[in-house]
Design a protein around this ligand. Structure first.
Ligand SMILES: CC(C)(COP(=O)(O)OP(=O)(O)OC[C@H]1O[C@@H](n2cnc3c(N)ncnc32)[C@H](O)[C@@H]1OP(=O)(O)O)[C@@H](O)C(=O)NCCC(=O)NCCS
Length: 178
C-alpha cells in the first residue's frame, strides 16, 4: 500500500467549503509561505487566505462554474485543485486548471498526480476537451504536467512578482487535449 492509497479525492460543495474554511485557508497560507507562486505575495495573512476562499472560490462554486477538489487523509485536507469552466461563449470546450497545491508536509506522495487525474476525469464528464493552465517556469509542477501529457505552449518572461518580492518570475503556459 502506497501513501496515496489512503488519500480520498472528492469534490466540495458550498457547505463543505464553509465547513472546511479553516483547513483550506491554512493550506493555502502554508503553501504561499513555503514559496508557492499561486497568485499571492508575502506577507500573506490567514484572513487574506480565508478571503480568497470566501470571495473568489465559494461564489464561483455557488454559480456552478467551478469545481473544487480536495485530497483528504483521515479527514485532513492535504491538497486541492480547481477546475474553472467559466469560459467565454466561444470556448465552451475549454476549462482552466487553477491553484493545484499540496501541503508542504505531504509532498512527493503522488497526491498532486491523483488530483490532476480526477480533475481531468471530471472535465471529460462536463464535457470539456481542452484544459489550459499556467505555472511558474522551472517549478516542480512543470515535470508533473509534462508527465501527465500537457504541452508547453510558451513562456512569458517577467509574468509575476516573486512571492518574496525578489524580482519577476516567468510563467509557462500549458495545455492538454482530452
Ligand atoms: C507542485 C505540487 C502541487 C506537487 O505536489 P506533489 O503532491 O508533491 O506532487 P506528486 O507527488 O504528485 O508528484 C508528481 C510529479 O511531480 C514532479 N515533482 C513534484 N515535486 C517535485 C519536486 N520537488 N522536484 C522535482 N519534481 C517534482 C515529479 O515529476 C513527480 O513525479 P515523481 O514523484 O514520480 O518523480 C506541490 O509541490 C505544490 O503544492 N507546490 C506549491 C504550489 C504550486 O506550485 N502549484 C502549482 C501551481 S501551477
Amino acid at each position: 500500500m502506497t501513501a496515496a492509497d489512503s488519500i480520498l479525492i472528492r469534490s466540495c460543495a458550498v457547505s463543505d467549503i464553509e465547513q472546511h474554511l479553516p483547513q483550506l485557508a491554512g493550506l493555502l497560507q502554508a503553501c504561499v509561505h513555503d514559496g508557492a507562486s499561486i497568485g499571492f505575495i508575502l506577507p500573506f495573512t490567514l484572513p487574506e487566505s480565508t478571503a480568497f476562499w470566501t470571495q473568489n472560490v465559494l461564489p464561483a462554486v455557488q454559480r456552478g462554474r467551478r469545481l473544487l477538489l480536495v485530497a483528504e487523509q483521515k479527514g485532513q485536507i492535504v491538497g486541492t485543485v480547481q477546475l474553472d469552466w467559466d469560459s467565454p461563449a466561444n470556448q465552451q470546450h475549454r476549462a482552466e486548471v487553477r491553484k493545484l497545491m499540496v501541503s508542504p508536509d505531504y509532498r512527493r506522495r503522488g497526491i498532486a498526480r491523483l488530483l490532476m487525474q480526477e480533475v481531468e476525469a471530471r472535465a471529460c464528464q462536463l464535457p470539456r476537451s481542452l484544459l489550459t493552465l499556467d505555472t511558474r517556469s522551472d517549478d516542480h509542477a512543470e515535470p508533473l504536467y509534462v508527465s501527465l501529457g500537457y504541452t508547453m505552449a510558451g513562456v512569458i518572461p517577467g509574468y509575476a512578482l516573486a512571492v518574496d518580492h525578489g524580482g519577476l518570475d516567468a510563467t509557462t503556459i500549458m495545455y492538454k487535449q482530452l
